[in-house]
Every structure is written in structure tokens, then in C-alpha cells.
Write a protein that binds this ligand. Sequence first.
Ligand SMILES: CC(=O)SCCNC(=O)CCNC(=O)[C@H](O)C(C)(C)COP(=O)(O)OP(=O)(O)OC[C@H]1O[C@@H](n2cnc3c(N)ncnc32)[C@H](O)[C@@H]1OP(=O)(O)O
Ligand SMILES: O=C([O-])CC(=O)C(=O)O
Length: 375
Amino acid sequence: MTETEIRKGLAGVVVDETAISKVNPETNSLLYRGYPVQELAATRSFEEVAWLLWHGELPSGEQLAAFRERERSLRALDPAVRATIDLLPVTAHPMDLTRSAVSAIGALDPEAEQEGAEANLRKAERLFAQLPAVVAYIQRRRRGEDPIAPRDDLDYSANFLWMVFGEDPTPTAVDVFRVSMVLYAEHSFNASTFTARVITSTTADLYSAVTGAIGALKGALHGGANEAVMHLFDEIGTAERVSDWLDGALAAKRKIMGFGHRVYRKGDSRVPTMKAALDVLLAERGADDPLAVRLSALYAELEREFVARKGIHPNLDYPSGPAYHLLGFDTEVFTPLFVASRVTGWTAHVIEQQSSNALIRPLSAYSGVPERHLA
Ligand SMILES: CC(=O)SCCNC(=O)CCNC(=O)[C@H](O)C(C)(C)COP(=O)(O)OP(=O)(O)OC[C@H]1O[C@@H](n2cnc3c(N)ncnc32)[C@H](O)[C@@H]1OP(=O)(O)O
Ligand SMILES: O=C([O-])CC(=O)C(=O)O
């Protein structure tokens, strides 16, 4: 490529190799370390998937048991992290609070500056274990509720829901939540992961990389879309309004959140699995539940109309938004849930980037005023 060939948004540019995941738009598939994500979502815990992303292989029984024990021992939030959140307004966006909490967790970690895969794996496990408490704290604080201590008898997904809602979660809720965590975990060089790799490439620490990645994920063109989908559903209201609403939105050249993707052109490989999970939640509520009926019809109609008009398909945020709503989360907390999952992929990429690092520093074509001089 010459200096003047510009690919806006790096579209179509291959910037490095990765062995962590493969997104293939031709076959509409997504592999984590070689395994189809659908197979992992069908049978594996989120703990196993995290291990797979970090280590390249699924854990043995012994490795998994030891990891689960460590994860449980790391769940409780340092009071200083809680205090950091408490310094900030309750009305602040939960992504801002999550970003600040991760930054605080890093500043409190005595080995934050230690380089190398072993130290980074310990940091990754720490973030993995503590993000549920961070998100649960933020969600409960928004509702004026006291925090709830983690429970050692529950796995990652069940404990997450327990800490948020303070009730024993139903097996359906746990499973839908687990599936969403597995599906959100990793997606090659998306914007937030690339951000994490850019930060890592300067030799900054893992917490800096994750904090930066959270900033990149917040935007509605990326992770913020799961929140934006729910706002859109609230704005449209009912399936009957979709057609008129879409006329106005398209005339105003609005982006329809939860649709489209930079890499997939014929639909996101993860959508059928997440939609099936959403359908389980809808079915559990039953055909008489007004919210389930309204959401189900709205979901189907918006997808049908938009695909018919533009040929642009839903991405993962489209089914996850309403699924998180039905699970009981506030809309503003949806993207922090994405953070809790994607921290696995981000940290795997930090370790990979560090193992064969080159400073990421592209070129730009200058388009400003020609050289001039002070009189
Ligand atoms: C987990 C994730 O992060 S998945 C992505 C989540 N993001 C969203 O759901 C936000 C909505 N979607 C979008 O904004 C886009 O589809 C993106 C940002 C995801 C991908 O964008 P790009 O690869 O840059 O594609 P681009 O924006 O150039 O789209 C190509 C064309 O399709 C249109 N288009 C793409 N997505 C949408 C959409 N959701 N609504 C309306 N039009 C769209 C664009 O306007 C553009 O039209 P044009 O050629 O007439 O200008
Ligand atoms: O790959 C992307 O550009 C966005 C995405 O779907 C993800 O990060 O999960």
C-alpha cells in the first residue's frame, strides 16, 4: 500500500494475525480457538470459554476446578473500588462507572506493572472475577439497593444474577445469561479489541488496555448498540408502528441500531443462538404476558421490514438487548454486561499482542495548509 491509499476505518485492512478467533463472513461462522461458538454456547460454562480463549485449549477437569476456586476467591470487591464508584454520581452512565472501576482495580493491583503472560493471566482472572460485582453494584446502586455478597455455591453466571437481583435465579435465566456471555466473549479485531491491542503495543499495562477498550465499546456503533436497540424499541412502541417509524428514520438517514456489521454482510453468525435464547425467555413468560407479546411482535416486524427494505441483517446486539431487558437489567447496564464478557477476549488479545509486539502506529496523509512561515 502506498502512503496515499487511504482505507477509511481500516475497512478491509489486515493489520496482524491472531490465533484467538476466526470470523468468517463467507461461511457465516465464528470460531474460538477453532471451536464453533454455537457448540461452545450449547454445552460449555463461561468459565470454560474464558479459559479456552486465554490458554488455547479447553481446561481439564482439574484445571477447571482450580480456576473456579480461584474465581470464587476473587469475587468480592475491594472497598476502595466501591468507594471510587461512590464518588461518582448515581446518574453517571454505567459504562463510565465501569471504566472508572476497572481503572481503580488496576491502580490497586500491586502487580499492575508486571509484564509477561503469567502476570497478565492473573490480572485477567482478577478482572473476570470482579466485573460481575462491579456491574451488580452499579445496577443495584441505580435502584437505591444495597450490594449483595457473592455466593460460593453458585457458578459465574448464577452468582452474577444473584448479586444483581438478590434472588435465586431460575435455570432458564442462568442459561440465557451464560449463552450471552459466551457469544459476546470474542470477535477478532473489532474496535474495542483493536484499541486494547494499540494500548498494549505501547507497553502500557493490561488494565490501561481494558480501560481504553471499555471506552471504545461504549459507542453505539459498537457495544453501545445493545442499549440503543432497547431505546429504539421503547421509541417505536409496537409492531404496528414499525413501518411508519421506519419511513421517518430512513428519511432522516438514521442508523437502525442492532443491524449491520463491518465484517458480516449476510447476517451475524451469533444471532440465531441468541435469538433462540431470547425465545426461551419469551416462551417462559407465556402468550398472555403483554411485555413478551409486544416485544416479540416488535422484534419480528422491525427485522422483517428493515431486511426487506435495506437487505441489512441484525447483529448480536439485536436479540441481546431485549433478552437483557427480560432478565430485568436496566437498559443502561446492557453494555457493561458486554464488558464483563468481552474482558476475556480483550485480555487474550493483550497477551497475544505482548507475545509478539510491534508498536501500532499507522501513517496519515496530510490534508492541512501547505508549509508556511511566521512573518
Ligand atoms: C457487537 C457489535 O459491535 S455489532 C455492531 C453494533 N452496531 C450497530 O448495531 C449500529 C448500527 N450499525 C451500523 O452503524 C453499521 O452497520 C456498522 C457501524 C456496524 C458497520 O458499519 P460499516 O461497515 O462502516 O458500514 P457502513 O456504515 O459503511 O454501511 C454501509 C451502508 O449500509 C448502511 N447501513 C449499515 N448499517 C445500517 C444501519 N444499521 N441502519 C441504516 N443503514 C445502515 C449505511 O448507511 C451505508 O449506506 P450508504 O452506502 O448508502 O452510505
Ligand atoms: O466485530 C465487530 O466489529 C463488532 C462485533 O460484532 C463484536 O465486537 O462482537
